[in-house]
Design a protein around this ligand. Structure first.
Ligand code: MRU
Length: 309
């Protein structure tokens, strides 16, 4: 399965708003359509957004639209603006975008192997995860869910525990769909059960993706990640972040500088006219992160290991 690609002057991507009911592809020929797809999460997940941003520049080269609003369509995942910038700086934006796409496939495989090795070193076979960090969030394989897939392929996965991931249910709709397709053993839980099940000893590790990693290791990821990190810390369970090097933002010194997207009230209210906070992401402080796994290394910021030279 390929989440996002290029075909005859168009971006072709899986419309994730229709899953798990229907597997439908969108054909996108303008930057305006791409921005709309990004804002309504038809395409989502930091690495997939990086590829979308880069391919969007190739579209803009054909349509003459501005790329500025594309880079800003979602503010938290650094990969989007990075992908736009990389393609915009290239002599041939489409060639660069397709390179970024291919690099993602390679990087996810590397992260899968490295992450599964790390979990084996903790004798972890029951793994809790949040949101969707699988093939749908990347190009073909996934980051944190790619680690779980590698464990399943190695025969070392006893059970994946997926949080449903309110309010848009990336866990319940997308991660369970991917786990079912892999034939992996898993259970789905409501978000608020996560820390309690960690306290009861039902998971050996928590593995999550990232939308932006600050220089000091503070990590923005789907809302609910911080709660899991606190629960994992209290339960003495390793808390592992899996993300490509491109998610590390050398321009963001620490988590307080990360802009967190608030997606407004419509996603959470049952009645009109109710005020909400609806942060799509939270920030886990580096001190709660056991290790960050990238395609090149395993870094432990809490031990003083540095991410950015
Ligand atoms: O709002 P989303 O669905 O784009 O949020 C996605 C996440 O938080 C993922 O964990 C992150 O982007 C990493 S995807 C490999």
């Amino acid at each position: 399965m390929t989440t996002i690609g290029w075909d005859d002057d168009a971006i072709v991507l899986i419309d994730q708003t229709r899953l798990p009911g229907e597997l439908v592809h969108l054909r996108i020929t303008t930057v305006a359509e791409l921005i709309d797809a990004i804002k309504r999460l038809a395409v989502r997940g930091a690495p997939a957004l990086g590829v979308a941003g880069a391919l969007g520049v190739a579209l803009a080269a054909r349509t003459g639209e501005s790329i500025e609003p594309l880079a800003e369509a979602r503010p938290t995942a650094v990969n989007l603006a990075w992908g736009v910038r990389e393609a915009a700086m290239a002599a041939d934006p489409l060639k660069r975008a397709l390179e970024i796409r291919d690099d993602d496939v390679w990087a996810c495989r590397e992260m899968g192997e490295r992450g599964a090795d790390l979990l084996a070193s903790y004798a972890a076979t029951r793994v809790m995860t949040i949101c969707n960090t699988g093939a749908l969030a990347t190009v073909e394989r996934g980051t944190a869910l790619g680690v779980i897939q590698t464990m399943h392929e190695r025969g070392t996965l006893t059970e994946a525990i997926a949080l449903e991931t309110r309010p848009l249910l990336q866990g319940a709709r997308l991660t369970t769909w991917e786990l079912q397709n892999m034939g992996a053993p898993f259970r789905l839980i409501v978000d608020s059960a996560g820390p309690f099940l960690l306290a009861r000893g039902l998971a050996d590790a928590v593995v999550i993706g990232a939308d932006r990693i600050a220089v000091n290791g503070d990590t923005a990821n789907k809302i609910g990640s911080y709660m899991l990190a606190l629960g994992a810390h209290r339960a003495g369970v390793p808390f592992i972040v899996v993300a490509p090097e491109t998610t590390i933002d050398p321009l963001t010194p620490s988590g307080v500088e990360i802009e967190i997207e608030d997606r407004g009230s419509a996603e959470v209210t049952a009645l009109p006219g109710i005020d909400t906070y609806n942060p799509a992401f939270d920030v886990t402080p580096a001190e709660l992160i056991t290790a960050i796994v990238t395609e090149r290394r395993v870094v432990r910021p809490a031990r003083g290991e540095t991410l950015v030279p």
